[in-house]
Design a protein around this ligand. Sequence first.
Ligand code: AMP
Length: 438
Amino acid sequence: MTFKSLGLSDAFIKAVEEKGYTKPSPIQQKAIPQILQGKDVLASAQTGTGKTAGFTLPVLQYLTETKHPKYRPLRALVLTPTRELAAQVYDNVREYSKYVNIKSAVVFGGVKPASQIATLKRGVDILVATPGRLLDLHDQKAVSFKRIDVLILDEADRMLDMGFVRDINKIISFMPAKRQNLMFSATFSKDIKKLANGILKNPVEVETAPQNSTAKKVTHSVFKVDKKRKTEFTVKLIKENNWNQVLIFTRTKHGANKLTQNLVKAKISAAAIHGNKSQGARTKALRDFKDNSIRVLVATDIAARGLDIPLLPHVINYELPNVPEDYVHRIGRTGRAGAKGEAISLVCSEETEYQKEIEKLLKEELNSTVVEGFEPTDTAAPKRAATQKKGSFKKKSNSTSSNTSSTKKPKRKPHFKGNKPNNSSGRGRTGAPKKKRI
Ligand code: AMP
């Protein structure tokens, strides 16, 4: 299977070759032909499997083939839950559209809107956005959704978790009813299915890995450590193993700040990334971590989704997440695109229950070691794992229902004029939890 046999044209093949991709990944093999045919797609892909190229390449090809010679209305919209993911998807869009005349842009909150408004005014074919800022810009009439042909929801499960459902439905209400919808989600809970039912029309379901599974090349293990000595143990792990690029997850923003300070005190360069940091600080922390200017990035779950740090070798769960699915996303930061990775969790007595819930989800026992000299002495009552997602522990059968052989041309016509905004779509609203900053 090659990118050519999937139906992609030379301009895109050249762009992916330059990125060093030799063949399409499984999600790309399954999703690209379907998307090129104009079908709605509901895709479940393990993190780090190349899903961004899986939707970006065919959408860019569609936009190129159906481009109006004079007008450049906004025709494709990618919604992502976090600013970091939006920036990353945008980078991909730019790289893949290098050899075609397609204009792209990204908008997200936390930065001044003036330059975003100016960019949108000049005309953009495809926009990557986080929902809140996008709605603000729409309110200010800086962007119109009336000509949208393709809507892509990336990391849809995270958008649900973060309470974006209301915003998403509002954005959709301004779009033409006739359009292609693509939804990508790492996990498939009942709520995601409900959201999908309200947005997608007869979607082709594409699944490439068993749900809630972790990348095969990630080894994960648990160190049973006393709660009060986790920082000391973390410093020891990093120093003794001479690890140079470690992503550490904490449960709280305060915990992330405190650990970062303590690492810096121990002469390990580190920065924190979470919802209370300014966008400037978040961008800098991620950039410094990616280019190895700092050794450790301490994150809350905001960084657990979507971030692509090539060849990230080590992830430490300083605390286990209380929602078991988050474990899968956290350790999905390593072992991406087939690279090897190591995930270590520091578990104190009160987190034993979380560990059990994670093992239940993974259907696998984590290899646990009690570390001599750091044995847990805390005897606090074990915490119960979060119950709100219990329903999603059940694994769905991992059916693969895609048809990968067809590479027909898109059947759609672009919406250049005459499309009324679909304000009365009557789409069911999925219960919207409060937005949370993590
Ligand atoms: P994603 O899951 O979209 O975040 O992609 C994860 C990583 O895989 C990114 O670093 C991509 O550049 C890389 N990637 C995407 N497609 C391919 C491919 N066909 N071959 C090799 N690497 C890829």
